[in-house]
Write a protein that binds this ligand. Sequence first.
Ligand SMILES: *Cc1c(COP(=O)(O)O)cnc(C)c1O
Length: 227
Amino acid sequence: MSTIAERLFEAQARIAAAAQNSGRSAQAITLLAVSKTKPASDIREAYLAGARHFGENYLQEGVEKITELADLAIHWHFIGPLQSNKTRPVAERFDWVHSVDRLKIARRLSEQRPEGLTPLNVCLQVNISGEASKSGVPPAELAALAQGVSALPGLTLRGLMAIPAPEADVVRQRQALAQMKQLFDDLKVQHPQMDTLSMGMSGDLEAAVAEGSTMVRIGTAIFGTRK
Ligand SMILES: *Cc1c(COP(=O)(O)O)cnc(C)c1O
């Protein structure tokens, strides 16, 4: 059994190798350690090994860990589904949210962001695989949503996020990631401050880096399987 620190270093090495293979700098890719369902002690271990960005999916669990780990200089990312009646703790306690897919939610987050804090960093979640059951804005509605979000004073539009449908076929897997990069580049014309393309997980981080990801969200490969 390897330790969390060893697995974090392995994940960083995978990112570096993938970056090198596509002629990119490893510094251009941020590792977001996805710690959902894992105890605060695991996060502390990864932090001591050098991880600084952590992602949580469940609001109450995330807020508890943020409170418990207040002594650490962690950037907290909310990456789970957002309900419009539960935006306040996200606005008050997190630094980033990756799962904004409706203007109604964005408006609430902006209104609820406390005045003393910097604006909340936002990625718009795109339903890139067109799955009826999935959250995410359809690509055809993305430009309008980005326009609305960028006008909100409590938010900073940082980029896009996607969770492509699981795909055994590597070519098909690459297609969805490439479509995200195209959407990102197109949108950047109107929103040049955008610098974050959040895609790639334990199973597809190499493909995501090859297609231009700037932030990979790694859970299992660092913290082990979840129950
Ligand atoms: C759980 C989760 C991840 C991490 O997935 P792994 O396959 O465990 O690396 C990444 N992104 C989101 C949105 C998740 O919910």
